[in-house]
Design a binder for this molecule. Sequence first.
Ligand code: SF4
Ligand code: SF4
Ligand code: FES
Length: 324
Amino acid sequence: MKIIIDRFNGTKKYESTFELSKDELVGKTLLTVLLHIKQTKDITLNFTASCRSAICGACAVRVNGHSYLACDTKMEELLKEYENPEILRISPLGNFKVISDLVVDWEPSIENLRKIKPSITAKSEFSKEKGCKQTQAEFDRISKQWDCILCGCCASECSKLEADQSDYMQPFVFTHAYRAAADSRSKDAMIHVKPSVTNRLWNCVHCQECADRCPKGISSFSDISNLRVMAMRSGLNEGEGPGHAEAFLLDMVEGDGRLNEIKLALRSEGVIKNMGKMDIAANLMMAGKMNPLHIFGGDKIEGHDELVKMIEAARKAEKQGAMK
Ligand code: SF4
Ligand code: SF4
Ligand code: FES
């Protein structure tokens, strides 16, 4: 079969095609295949890898547009996933600047990690002598996030970064912010929550691609949601994002159970900002996607009473949990 690799030599993009026999693929991982190509076919091919044990996070690449941890991806499984194709295309991670071939620049991501202060500042009750302990249950709350190996698979798939990288951070940055903020030993969660909000926590578009592709089963999307809850509970509820979330819940509980697009836009962005969007609203109405009469509400959705009961029960359980 053919393996096409997207290359970059510092100035020019090009691709290299390698013919590999079945024997050169079977029983190997994606990383072993890359090493085999480098050792036997083209010594100039550049990629990064270190541990070969899914620990260091250095070997992530894209295959047919999706990110994989190369040392943890069996070729048989990959070929099965793509129904034994004639060709596979290997590319560097998306949403990263490419330095050379499959090697990408991690400096902007590290810079973003610095912003959310990933190391905790311990509570004053801890000391060098007494240590800085936490219970198993406290650790369990953040153990998943500790599994992050900074491979970048989530960032490669992130729809928000793909649309515009100028006002968002890599999903794993928020995972590290949540891990530090939710750590029982941390003096103040806001040390990590505040810079997350400032650096556009609310710009996540909820596609959940990050959770789908993480080789460690981490959901940065959930961590982002948890950071949002922490922010709102601490009074960081100014702006469009929190307004949008509150308006959404209001429609669910006090409205008819349907998302009221018109009211939602007015509540979260205000009248003045929406004046500038009248053309979009007009187009949506003409396409039959928005009914202006919905501003007055509509019939309740079937099962709305049950939905409200569920939300109220969840609120009550949460309050009881907080009092314990
Ligand atoms: S859910 Fe948010 S962080 Fe995750 S990939 Fe989508 S936009 Fe990015
Ligand atoms: S959250 Fe998952 S996909 Fe993202 S960097 Fe960490 S381990 Fe990789
Ligand atoms: S080589 Fe370390 S995670 Fe793959």
